[in-house]
Design a protein around this ligand. Sequence first.
Ligand code: PMV
Length: 351
Amino acid sequence: MKFAEKDFIIQEKMINKPKELIIKATAPSNIALVKYWGKHGLQLPMNPSISFTLNNSLTQTNAHLSVLKKPLNTVPFTFYLDQKHQPNFEPKIADFFKKIQNFAPFVTYFNWKIYSHNTFPHSSGIASSASGFAALAKIIVDLEKHLYPPQTEEYYTKKISFLARLGSGSASRSTEHPVMIWGLHHKIKNTSDLYAIVPEFEIHPIFKTFKDSIVLVEKGQKKVSSSIGHNLMNQHPFKNIRKQQAYNRVSLMTEYLKSGDLENFIKLTESEALGLHALMMTSDPDYILMQPDTLKIIHNIRNIRKETGLPVCFTLDAGANVHILYPEKIFKQLQKFLFKKLEIEIIHDFV
Ligand code: PMV
């Protein structure tokens, strides 16, 4: 079933108003194979995207809620990462609470203490905003379950992704496993710009054992935020070409995921990564996020593939870190030929 924006506006009367509540949720990170780059309106994507959900890189969040005497216009909250108050994260969360108020007005009835922990290193360049907002969206939908008459499971699942999207676009794809598609695609059933879905097709067994080893070339805050990059797409000379390309590529990627066509999967995945960075390098103003080590690793991967025939490839996010994708069964060989030689910290994740 497809949901419209109005379906996520609550119509029922509240049936319950607990004084205190602790709600916990965990959500994974994800890595896009075909990238979302460019947005419009209320966090709607310029093009559809498709991702692998990462099972190891998780955000675990506990929200401690206490009811207010009177609902406020804004949500009073404090955010803690690993038990430490983190005011620098709060503006983005405040903005999120503001954006979701139409669809979750009940968030203003409570005072929130939000405790988060990532299972991956903080600011390692792994998209903690995706897993972070997905975890928070799960908590909010769980709260809705406590307060209002029950809805269908499908409504709840889609609403989690819908709300997560309003925090960070890619967070919409951090809500289910193992592959998610966000963005309307006329050839793929039930797709929507409003939330991500798990496509109906079965992915080939080879992709069920895929690993993502993330080489931490650059830790810490991103140099240029994704929001700036998305905005630059509005005036980008390649905007329309990119829209069409991503649309076609989501179709192609679904074919490769179904058939287990590793050769074409590798070709397309790498082209997407390079294409994403090419868009940044041809924006006005232009910028470069890759570092010398990023290129060194890319060349290493390509050389190893050429020399050994091993099905390994790379992808990149909006940063310098390299995601190395490969079937689990070649892990030991890659350990020997690649990982040990890099001398850079690596986080091994799985799809
Ligand atoms: O979700 P945002 O606004 O941080 O944008 C993420 C964009 C990319 O990570 C570069 C691509 C993607 O689809 O995840």
